[in-house]
Design a protein around this ligand. Structure first.
Ligand code: ADP
Ligand code: 5GP
Length: 205
């Protein structure tokens, strides 16, 4: 199955774990259910309370994931915080076939792989940034879903992800400080084609 038939520009959403990507996307899908469709990734991590299989993710075993990878079933896949995650060809195809704009929520490894191997998809790359590292940590702790080890791995990954964003890899940055404000910026970008978002904060300060 090919995804080359994609006619509507996909949107790639990326940002450190806990920055609020899922929260923002939930609002977008609720407000525009006929416009945007989510690329449901595969993952080997366990479902969090309330996460329905086939909605947030296709939850799978490592063995089944690797089988699908070997069969060429993923556009991109990566290991993050000890678990495998991947965007399947079928997931992206299902959204693009429905005529909706395909939204992918992936990490920076996935972004690099799409840029390297699937440039023809020509996605709009949007980086969701936290207002500060301390607020990122507060949100991750507040979500209450991660073990101490997972939290450390995610915060460590965040440093590299913020560095990558600094390199100018994204078309637009949205700082998720105030949720409603950030959502309005995101809407302006994905609904109205605005090309100006926020300025990436200086996280070294
Ligand atoms: P991600 O999908 O990026 O990992 P989530 O959407 O799960 O992040 O958000 C992580 C936590 O931060 C959640 O508990 C969520 O309710 C909270 N959150 C999201 N956006 C904001 C915001 N603008 N201000 C404060 N808390 C937020
Ligand atoms: P979480 O476990 O918090 O749902 O996701 C952890 C990280 O994996 C997030 O940065 C999220 O964007 C990323 N992620 C989710 N699905 C995919 C995917 O299909 N591919 C890649 N590369 N990353 C993904």
């Amino acid at each position: 199955m090919s995804v080359a038939a994609a006619v509507i520009r996909p949107v790639v959403i990326c940002g450190p774990s806990g920055t609020g990507k899922s929260t923002l996307l939930k609002k977008l899908f609720n407000e525009f259910p006929d416009t945007f469709g989510f690329s449901i990734s595969h993952t080997t991590r366990a479902p969090r309370p309330g996460e329905q299989p086939g909605v947030a993710y296709h939850f799978t075993t490592r063995e089944a994931f690797l089988d699908l990878a070997r069969a060429g079933g993923f556009i991109e896949h990566a290991e993050f915080s000890g678990n495998l995650y991947g965007s399947s060809v079928a997931a992206v195809h299902a959204v693009t076939q429905s005529g909706k704009m395909c939204v992918l929520d992936i990490d920076t490894q996935g972004v690099k792989l799409i840029k390297a191997n699937h440039a023809y998809l020509n996605p709009l790359y949007v980086f969701i940034a936290p207002p500060s590292l301390s607020s990122l940590k507060t949100r991750l702790v507040g979500r209450g879903t991660e073990s101490e080890a997972s939290m450390s791995a995610r915060l460590a990954a965040a440093i590299g992800e913020l560095e990558y964003a600094k390199s100018g890899a994204f078309d637009v940055v949205v700082v998720n400080d105030d949720l409603e404000r950030a959502y309005n910026v995101l809407k302006g970008v994905v609904c109205e084609g605005k090309t100006t978002g926020d300025t990436l904060p200086d996280f070294s300060a």
